[in-house]
Design a protein around this ligand. Structure first.
Ligand code: UGA
Length: 422
């Protein structure tokens, strides 16, 4: 079965190589010619563990790429739509890319005789498949759902950094549709997986994605709030998190306190859910608090820093720019909001990250980017750890004050050390 995957960002790349590795023939589609050229040369366009090896193995025999979406639709039977749905200023979700793709698929379907199924993997608020995707496909193809084409919602639950492992070992697969044929086809695509497959309607599948991310974000803001209280009481939150995580009902996952969650998903998705709920006349107090706690969490680190005198002219080392380790993604990274605050205080910054310095140089071109983490320590008065890269554990911090926002030290800590919630 030939499958196209439209949008080769983090989700699309992992979906495409994952399906290809399972033995399906995959055509990847992206509007970026540069990205297409990179993939053709087997160069991963993003940093993701294991991706390079899979590109070496699968391009071009099982995974080919093109910028021509119409040709990809005409040559395949199912399309997974993996384009971004970024936040608009007010917090709602932008559907511009998804609408564009629906139009292109619709136009291609007009000329296609065989039945085709469109699978939405992009994160979209409940109601989008029914109210936006299907009407656009019908409008541009002149065909009718579900008689002449299929649509399904199949949310993704991949974590950057372990996305390929998550693809091959999912906890569950959720497939939402009102069309039995689309459900059957997707079951066939995922037939090699042994995890539970939950079949739902469109809106439930769309909501499961939001509720999952909102729940995980809530766990993090919860443990950060407990952590802020523990810090005031001079206690170690990590021991408390361990103690509560041993309760099976709570579970030990997503209970790491620190400078708060970032990335392209939690902040955007919780905001979009809050926006949607408010639009429907419901005020989601808990979810708003999750965002409030998260927005203030990096400031806790700055408050610790303030205790050591005025920041103006002080040499501050920044270790870590990405929103978490294992990725080159800097979207909504608490490290960047911390840098902005420190620049307003006129601190002198020395910066290192193993994966994201080039990206950050485009935003802050005039800062001191150093070649190694040790150089940062050697040049600074105070060092802030803002991403949990494992290489930061083994450095020689000497007597420098280290403020850790990510709890990177399991064993021996630097001599002069302070944790944000521990
Ligand atoms: C998240 C979800 O975990 C995935 O299931 C989902 O598919 C994805 O969003 C998405 O919607 O596409 P991701 O953003 O890649 O994945 O990263 P996570 O590992 O979930 O971390 C998110 C943020 O929370 C990071 O800033 C991380 O440092 C922070 N975090 C995570 C904590 O502060 N404490 C924790 O205990 C766990």
């Amino acid at each position: 079965m030939k499958i196209s995957v439209i949008g080769l960002g983090y989700v699309g790349m992992c979906q495409a190589v994952g399906l290809a590795k399972l033995g399906l023939d995959v055509i990847g589609v992206d509007i970026s010619k540069e990205r297409i050229a990179q993939i053709n040369k087997k160069i991963p366009p993003i940093y993701e563990f294991g991706l390079k090896e899979l590109l070496d193995e699968l391009v071009p025999s099982k995974f080919s790429v093109t910028a021509n979406i119409k040709k990809a639709i005409s040559d395949s039977k199912i399309a997974f739509v993996c384009v971004g749905t970024p936040s608009k200023k007010e917090g709602s979700m932008s559907l511009v890319q998804l609408e564009g793709v629906c139009k292109d698929i619709g136009l291609a379907l007009k000329k296609k005789k065989a039945r085709f199924t469109v699978v939405v993997k992009s994160t979209v608020v409940p109601g989008t498949c029914r109210d936006v995707v299907i009407p656009l496909l019908e409008k541009y193809s002149g065909k009718k759902f579900p008689k002449e084409f299929g649509v399904a919602m199949n949310p993704e639950f991949l974590k950057e950094g372990t996305a390929l492992d998550d693809f091959f070992n999912p906890d569950r697969i959720v497939i939402g549709s009102s069309d039995k044929e689309s459900l059957k086809e997707l079951e066939q695509v995922y037939s090699k997986f042994t995890c539970p497959v939950l079949k739902t309607n469109f809106k439930e599948a769309e909501m499961i994605k939001y509720a999952s991310n909102a729940f995980l974000a809530t766990k993090i803001s919860f443990i950060n709030e407990i952590g802020n209280i523990c810090k005031k009481l001079d206690m170690n939150t990590n021991t408390v998190a361990k103690g509560i995580g041993l309760d099976k009902r709570i579970a030990p996952y997503f209970l790491r306190s620190g400078i708060g969650f970032g990335g392209s998903c939690f902040p955007k998705d919780v905001n979009a859910l809050v926006y949607k709920a408010t639009e429907m006349g419901y005020h989601p107090r808990l979810l708003r608090s999750v965002l409030d706690v998260n927005r203030d969490q990096p400031l806790k680190l700055l408050a610790l820093l303030d205790k050591h005198g005025p920041l103006k002219g002080k040499k501050i080392g920044i270790l870590g720019l990405t929103f978490k380790a294992g990725t080159d993604d800097i979207r909504e990274s608490p490290s960047l909001s911390t840098i902005k605050e420190l620049l307003m205080e006129e601190a002198q910054l020395y910066i290192y990250d193993p994966k994201a310095m080039d990206r950050v140089k485009k935003i802050f071109p005039h800062l001191n980017y150093l070649a190694t983490a040790q150089d940062v320590i050697d040049n600074s008065d105070i060092v802030l750890i803002l991403t949990e890269w494992s290489e930061f554990v083994k450095l020689n911090y000497g007597n420098k004050l280290v403020i850790d926002g990510k709890n990177v030290f399991n064993g021996q800590k630097p001599k002069n050390y302070e944790g944000i919630c521990w």
